[in-house]
Design a protein around this ligand. Structure first.
Ligand code: NAP
Ligand code: ZN
Length: 346
């Protein structure tokens, strides 16, 4: 076993620095020194849901960049010293129809999650990127494109790919009318990507507080979801809405904004949804969802972001301030992603 240091849940809002074990390298594994790890709202959900009496520890973190420090004997794509990026899935069966289609994120036997997942070989619970070292199969590590700032690129690996896949799958391009609901970590990357794809892009936010930011990110307009006049004026106007809102919410007001034959894709809060079929019937509207990305789409997303200079707007904190980051994220006090600098774990 290899030993590293990381931040382990000790309560819904408490993490303690502790030593962690990483497996010895398998033939196709990389050891990665984690340099930067993004703080995703999913980490907050996971900490809130974690049972402190559970046998398995919780170490969050599923969007990170780092440097290869060792390679197994069968590794071909990476060498020691290479910059890499790792996202929220780190393995899959590799044999089902989804994996064969390059949609490992939909693996029939469930993709292995970067934290809180179950290792397919030894049955251990995976521990995430809030740590100094991670061990990962090379197939689920991606070369970090030169020119992308490693701290600001880390959030591309969860927030970025999660919004990239639906934008891409729904055919967003020049002439598309896209709205992004919720301007947070996922939302601000969705805006940057939709704009770069050539779409006319609108932000749907609870207030007008982020109007200047929305414009700076390239959005053409901001609609306040709490203002019925603005919502009425936007009725039937978007081909695609990417809903990144992190809390349970009524979908009906957002469906009303979808244009004829358009799609509302919910990627934020995932749970039971209640809708009136009539809200789909009128305008033949579609409700969809997406999560994470397959390996080809993840690599393509990184290429696209490198070509268009897209990274997250980040506030980088030493990893020792992880509780501050989580607390402020929970209060919507970040524009637009916290990233932890892991070098203080040495
Ligand atoms: P975030 O940075 O906190 O952003 C969420 C945004 O949602 C906020 O900025 C806010 O936007 C809006 N919002 C928050 N509470 C709201 C409420 N009560 N009503 C309406 N709007 C509200 O979170 P994130 O990291 O982007 O994650 C967003 C969601 O996606 C989380 O639930 C996360 O678990 C989920 N997620 C899913 C996947 C997947 O695979 N599908 C991957 C990653 C994350 P405004 O201030 O603009 O209103
Ligand atoms: Zn995430």
């Amino acid at each position: 076993m290899r030993t590293t240091t990381g931040w382990q849940a000790a309560g819904p809002a408490t993490l303690r620095r502790t030593s962690l074990e990483r497996r010895d390298l398998r033939p196709d594994d990389l050891a990665v020194r984690v340099d930067y790890c993004g703080v995703c709202h999913t980490d907050l959900h996971a900490l809130g849901a974690h049972d402190q009496d559970a046998k398995s520890p919780l170490v969050p973190g599923h969007e990170f960049t780092g440097t290869v420090t060792a390679t197994g004997p069968e590794v071909t794509a990476f060498s020691v010293g290479d910059g890499v990026a790792v996202g929220n899935i780190i393995d899959s069966c590799g044999a089902c129809a989804m994996c064969e289609a390059g949609q490992e994120n939909f693996c029939h036997s469930f993709p292995t999650l970067t934290y809180g997942g179950t290792d397919r070989h030894d049955g251990t619970t995976t521990l995430g990127g809030y740590s100094r070292e991670y061990v990962v199969r090379e197939a689920f590590a991606y070369a970090l494109p030169a020119g992308l700032d490693p701290a600001a690129a880390a959030p591309l690996m969860c927030a970025g790919v999660t919004v990239w896949e639906p934008l891409h799958a729904l055919g967003v391009g020049p002439g598309s009318r896209v709205a992004v609901a919720g301007l947070g970590g996922l939302g601000h990357l969705a805006v940057k990507m939709a704009v770069a794809l050539g779409a006319t892009t609108t932000v749907i936010s609870r207030t007008g507080d982020k109007r200047d930011d929305a414009r700076r990110l390239g959005a053409h307009a901001l609609v306040e979801s709490t203002d019925s006049r603005q919502m009425d004026a936007a009725r039937d106007t978007f081909d695609v809405i990417i809903d990144t809102v992190s809390a349970p919410h009524d979908l009906a007001p957002y469906l009303k904004l979808v244009a004829m034959d358009g799609t509302l894709s919910i990627v934020g809060h995932l749970g039971p949804v209640g809708i009136e079929a009539m809200d789909l019937l009128v305008g033949r509207k579609k409700l969809s969802s997406a999560g994470s990305g397959g390996r080809p789409a993840t690599a393509e997303m990184l290429r696209f972001c490198a070509a268009h200079g897209i990274v997250a707007d980040v506030e980088v904190l030493p990893s020792a301030q992880v509780e501050t980051a989580l607390d402020r994220l929970g209060r919507n006090d970040v524009r637009y992603r916290f990233v932890l600098d892991m070098s203080d774990l040495d």
